[in-house]
Design a protein around this ligand. Structure first.
Ligand SMILES: [Zn+2]
Length: 251
């Protein structure tokens, strides 16, 4: 057993749990070098986000969206899962965690070895693109090569629809299937671990409250205090990777 009392308490909660759910936000991925877009000083405080309405209405907005996305490509491509991701993957591998609900769009949970069907992405995924009309999938490499040739926002080969990264934009509804699955998993959980989310973005931030209401123990691991600390059973204002890694017992 770890001799740090906070870690020991988290480890004990994990040991007792029969069906855990892990809910992750930007804080787990900043430890892999992915910036937190919403944080003070983050990209969206310096550069207004382009919402879906603008994207649909204007070729220039589409071009600018793609310019910004490709400017981030080295960051996303270079990022690897860290100890926090590995700890979460280990909980899934052991059958301890039934699902991971994430606000992140970086695909690092899947890259850490968690089967895609166990990762519920509330804000979509930026590591590939799809047609907004027929949903055909596109890989970013090919789109980037084309964009660098003609600076024209990509159009679907199959139907002529606009192609966009598979993320949920501002002005776009949360994906209903993912929201339903997240709700079902949350209600079924007896332990709900928040890792690296400040829990300010609703409706996502409602899941820990829902878990509590249905009797789960609630653990919040986040560097900063959150708005739900008062209802949590355990709050650890610490780095995600070292905390989860130590509690789960992986490096
Ligand atoms: Zn299409």
């Amino acid at each position: 057993m770890p001799n740090d009392p906070d870690i020991a308490e988290l480890a004990a909660l994990i040991a007792q749990a029969r069906r855990a759910v892990v809910f992750t936000g930007a804080g787990i991925s900043t430890e892999s070098g992915i910036p937190d877009f919403r944080s003070p000083g983050g990209i969206w405080t310096r550069m207004a986000p382009i919402d879906l309405g603008d994207f649909l209405a204007s070729e220039e907005a589409r071009r600018e969206t793609w310019r910004r996305r490709f400017a981030m490509e080295e960051t996303f491509r270079g990022a690897a899962p860290n100890r926090g991701h590995r700890a979460v993957a280990e909980l899934v591998r052991r059958g301890k965690a039934a699902a991971v609900i994430t606000q992140n769009i970086d695909g690092l949970h899947q890259a850490s070895g968690i089967p895609a069907e166990r990762v519920i992405e509330l804000h979509g995924n930026t590591t590939y693109a799809h047609c907004l009309d027929c949903a055909r999938r596109y890989e970013l490499d090919a789109l980037r090569r084309q964009f660098e040739r003609d600076e024209t926002a990509p159009i679907c080969d199959a139907c002529g629809g606009f192609v966009k990264t598979a993320t949920i934009s501002f002005g776009q509804a949360m994906p209903p299937a993912a929201m339903r699955r997240a709700e079902t998993e949350t209600i079924a959980a007896d332990l709900f671990i928040v890792a690296g989310s400040s829990l300010v973005v609703y409706p996502a931030a409602g899941f820990p409250e829902l878990a509590k209401r249905y009797g789960a123990a609630l653990v919040i691991v986040n560097r900063e205090p959150t708005g739900l600390d008062a209802i949590a059973d355990l709050v650890l204002n610490r780095a995600i990777g070292e905390t989860l890694g130590a509690a789960v017992g992986i490096d």
